[in-house]
Design a protein around this ligand. Structure first.
Ligand code: 6GU
Length: 410
């Protein structure tokens, strides 16, 4: 079974002691989790083991110095290639992971959600950098970003004193998704946030307690009625406590309610922005550094070479794709740049766009072809669900895979 390696760098190693307890502790003892905690002060060289200093430009508090961080992270990265007994993390394919994905917890980060937890559970190796004080010198983020994928993640809109408590939360959320950590896979599926609704209320014996009764429906054996009641409770509870999780009633997100146009060169600037917005998180996450920066000239050329479609609402570009006959492959329809504005993702729009892109193919087309990041798990999930199969080997671009699907006979 694959093992996930975790490295945590902190000035309070004892803060991570709870990771020896309960299910997470058991996962470690079972060898599913390989956790290493490092003391940042071990990477200082002065008598006082100094990790912070006053901020340039003035202001409150102290800032963590870059030097110890770089040394600590270099030490962590070196563990990957060191081949120390059982030390090196391996990918799903069994190759050693060369660098970890670095997580820097902080209130200024991208929101840590169940979706992010799933993405992190897919990674063979995670490193966590726990900041304290007013934060870490900005150059550490740049330095690390040139060496490994970096994600700055926040638990929510409030401020903690440091990243340690956040790391406890994130490690618990991620580790319980690893195969083998929780015995019953179903208990993972039937959960708050797994499908966008909060959990239903639960009861156990006695059926009457202090004059309070367990709802009748749960005492009968009508499983269908129970399932319906529970679903109703979930919707009601979500509406009361987390209305933000329910699909917005007013703003429709169906494709048919948006204005479709064939793109012209005038759409290039907006398309460039949408492409960056869609790709930047992937690049950061999966470490395709520096790739994917297209200048306006290239975007304009793409509009000429493909049939590019754009969808706008109130002038704002919300979605796009481009299609054309494959330049070299016979009877093949190329679908590219299927993009949905980040805030509209996860609602099935991409799926709708894909079906529409396929419907534009001329009659003689027998195969649909597209290309995506080899590690873009959400894209791959959607394409596979739509009937696409990953072609063996590397895709058209480094770090990508090609996918194809036979057109079903009309
Ligand atoms: Cl991840 N870190 C800190 N220091 N404060 C936070 C947070 C993280 N998430 C919310 N507040």
């Amino acid at each position: 079974m694959a093992q996930q390696r975790l490295d945590v760098v902190t000035i309070f190693p004892e803060y991570l002691a709870p990771l020896d307890l309960s299910l997470i502790g058991k996962a470690r003892r079972d060898g599913l989790l390989d956790l290493h905690v490092h003391d940042l002060r071990d990477f200082t060289h002065d008598r006082h083991r100094t990790v912070d200093d006053s901020p340039y430009g003035g202001g409150a508090g102290m800032v963590m110095k870059p030097g110890p961080w770089a040394e600590a992270l270099e030490h962590v990265v070196a563990q990957g290639s060191a081949g120390e007994a059982g030390g090196a993390a391996t990918t799903g394919a069994g190759e050693p992971a060369r660098v970890p994905t670095l997580i820097i917890p902080g209130p200024g980060g991208e929101r840590f959600t169940q979706q992010v937890a799933r993405e992190l559970a897919d990674e063979p190796w995670l490193a966590f950098a726990c900041g304290r004080y007013e934060g870490i010198d900005e150059r550490v983020y740049e330095w690390a970003g040139e060496r490994m994928p970096v994600r700055v993640l926040s638990l929510g809109d409030y401020v903690l004193n440091g990243g340690e408590v956040a790391v406890l939360a994130m490690v618990e959320a991620v580790a319980r998704l690893l195969p083998g950590v929780i015995g019953n896979a179903e208990s993972l599926v039937e959960e708050s946030h797994e499908d966008g609704l909060l959990e239903y209320p639960v009861y156990t014996k006695p059926a009457e307690w202090g004059g309070r009764h367990v709802p009748d429906v749960l005492l009968g054996g009508n499983h269908r009625a129970i399932a319906e009641w529970r679903h109703e409770q979930r919707v009601q509870r979500t509406a009361e406590r987390r209305p933000d999780l329910l699909p917005p009633a007013a703003a429709s997100t169906a494709l048919v309610d948006l204005e479709e146009r064939v793109a012209t060169p005038a759409d290039a600037p907006d398309l460039q922005v949408l492409t960056r917005a869609c790709w930047a998180p992937e690049f950061a996450r999966y470490g395709m550094f520096g790739a994917g920066e297209e200048d306006l000239e290239t975007v304009r050329a793409g509009i000429q070479e493909w049939d590019t479609r754009v969808w706008r609402r109130d002038g704002q570009l919300l979605a796009s794709f481009r299609v054309r006959p494959h330049p070299t492959q016979e009877a093949t329809w190329q679908i590219g740049r299927l993009m949905v504005a980040p805030y509209l993702q996860g609602r099935g729009l991409g799926r709708e766009l894909l079906a529409y892109a396929e419907s534009l193919a001329p009659e003689d087309v027998g195969t649909f072809w597209l290309n995506t990041g080899a590690k873009s798990t959400e894209n791959l999930r959607m394409y596979k669900k739509a009937g696409y199969r990953v072609r063996p080997g590397e895709g058209e671009f480094p770090g990508t895979v090609d996918l194809t699907k036979r057109r079903s006979p009309a």
